[in-house]
Design a binder for this molecule. Sequence first.
Ligand code: GUN
Length: 294
Amino acid sequence: MKIIDGKLLAQNLRAEIAAGVAKLKAEKGVTPGLAVILVGDNPASVSYVTAKEKACAEAGMYSREMRLPAETTEADLLAQVKALNDDPAIHGILVQLPLPKHISEKAVIDAIAPDKDVDGFTAVNVGRMMIGERCFLPCTPHGIIKLIEFSGMDLRGKHAVVIGRSNIVGKPVAALLARKETNATVTLCHTGTPDVAHFTRQADVVVVATGRPGTLTGDMIKPGAVVIDVGVNRIPDATKPKGFRLVGDADFESCSKVAAAITPVPGGVGPLTITMLLWNTLEAAAGGELRVIS
Ligand code: GUN
């Protein structure tokens, strides 16, 4: 059984990205700039945003943090996004989700200029992805494809089962797995699927993204399957300094006894999400001219 080391893959890719940033600065005098907007103080969001800012600095990019109070109005937030759309120092704009309930996520996401939408969340980018046009691929799904390749599995002709149909992970990862370049056969399971195990037992690779610990257990997978665990769940744990520990959506203990390879939580998918965000920001700054990464 192999643990798929997301930190190592992320480190390798980030070295390539940092080299690309240095090249773009030297040849074009352009420093890739990412604006990160966080509204409110959701603890998971604060830690994601902090990690994104640190990763940007390490790659030699410029990052502008905008931490706004939870009471920020939708009109104010839309005005901030529009100002960033017109700011030449900013190549990528990321609005951390979820937003407070009084703000429409759809309105805010669709206000981001598609050529600065480094999360790949706007309707324009999603549409481009679905019809195979050049676009920013959504970061977590793109990172998942990279992790499966890194595990040594050739996805062509394989059966991939995705559990969860969110707009951020489940739906786009199913679409990427089914693209001709990847060529997997894809089953998308969700809360309306009566017997998820019936499908996962046939799977060569299972991607679990439900936000529910214990969604996938060892008895639900085929021996030798690859398991990609997208979940990040905080479980209260008085023995830990922070009072909680992180677990995924898969039961690591039982799945790791049956799978050929599995991503750990933390240290699996998470580092790739941020890496692919840096990748998209570099691509945005290079305007499609620089192909340092494949
Ligand atoms: N919330 C959870 N994941 C993400 C992500 O990838 N991007 C943004 N903007 N918000 C998120």
